[in-house]
Write a protein that binds this ligand. Sequence first.
Ligand code: ATP
Ligand code: MG
Length: 425
Amino acid sequence: MIRSVRGVHDILPTEAAKWQRVERAARGVFEAYGYAEIRLPLFERTELFARGIGEATDIVQKEMYTFDDRSGESLTLRPEATAGLLRAYIEHGLHVQPKPVKLYTLGPMFRYERPQAGRYRQFHQLDIEALGDDHAALDAEVITMLVELFRRLGLADRLEVEVNSLGDEASACRPRYRAELVAYLRTRADRLCEECRERTEKNPLRVLDCKTPGCRPVLDGAPVLGDFLCADCTTHFAKTREYLDASSVRHVVSPRLVRGLDYYVRTTFELTTTELGAQNAVAGGGRYDGLIKLLGGPPDPGIGFAVGVERVVQLLPDAGSPAGAERRTPRVFLIPLGEPALGRMLATATGLRARGLVVEVGYGGRKLGRELERAGRLGASHAVIVGEAELERGEAIVKEMASGAQRVVKLGELAEQLLALGGRA
Ligand code: ATP
Ligand code: MG
């Protein structure tokens, strides 16, 4: 037997109802905020991610599924959606639309990670990006929308909104902070793990993210970005928080919240929970002014977030998906006995389905008793039996499954009768 690949999962029909619920809620919320759906390819040129995520990031360094296709071109399964979405934005000239241009997408992402609870190699994200505006009110609106999604899913109370400002490369507050941080870390390298020492040189902000307990004392004493923000970044962050308050979005400032992408500036945020163990982030995002230009586009600023759908689904109560919801309960189970009756019932079934009823047909090959048993197991409210004798008389037997009560109905009136029953059942 060939099994599925490590870190990759089937979403079985019993779970799919929850997934549909999350996707429906997301579409509803995103569209209410003016976002339009964009559907993107699952693989792109490797170069796009190297540039769009950053050479020094964990994703690009060790998590990508990269391969040469038969023509020798290096391609990569998308590890996240932002780079591909920005590529499409530039390629199709979407920046000529009124700004901010608001786009959302959803689907599988691929990262070669160590599989564990809440961490997979194929996982799914809901992703939004708002492009072409850097007003702090947009930052607040994006975070408000994220919280609204979780409110509609009944999960908002179980999550915390963490925000931070990463400062800005251009205005020099981050470079100044980075230099300070690197100096601090280098002098304490002997008390840091191997990975932190490596990151100190390659991607120092990410050191703050280290989960190794032994590194904590050094990291807890590290300089804090907030103390280094320039006047513009300070105002932008204060305004963002003010608009969040105005929108009644409770949030906390996490001075050590840094994110994986190299190009995040200013506002960054995460939605976290204490209920999922080590994998505590259900969504994360931030502003990435400058990235669109870096990818060859116009100098448009941008902000976005991604929600990890597996982690959201894990938080949803099972009540969202009653047992058996994976298969729609048929209202009617048609049981023709013999070929001529089968032909007639197939046509009846098509007509009933077109009018909105869920209909199953027993194709024959089983005895009547077995078909009735099947109708019962599927939860049909009515079975319709048409044998040769009934067909000759132009009749059908309609059996109410719960009571076992039967009555005879004219074949010509069967569809109308069943539709009428449908209203009652
Ligand atoms: P983490 O710190 O958990 O690795 P990240 O910073 O790599 O997260 P992002 O790239 O910002 O995550 O992705 C946004 C969200 O996607 C995360 O908050 C998480 O919910 C989800 N996610 C990321 N990686 C995985 C994965 N390997 N399996 C399942 N969900 C994931
Ligand atoms: Mg990660």
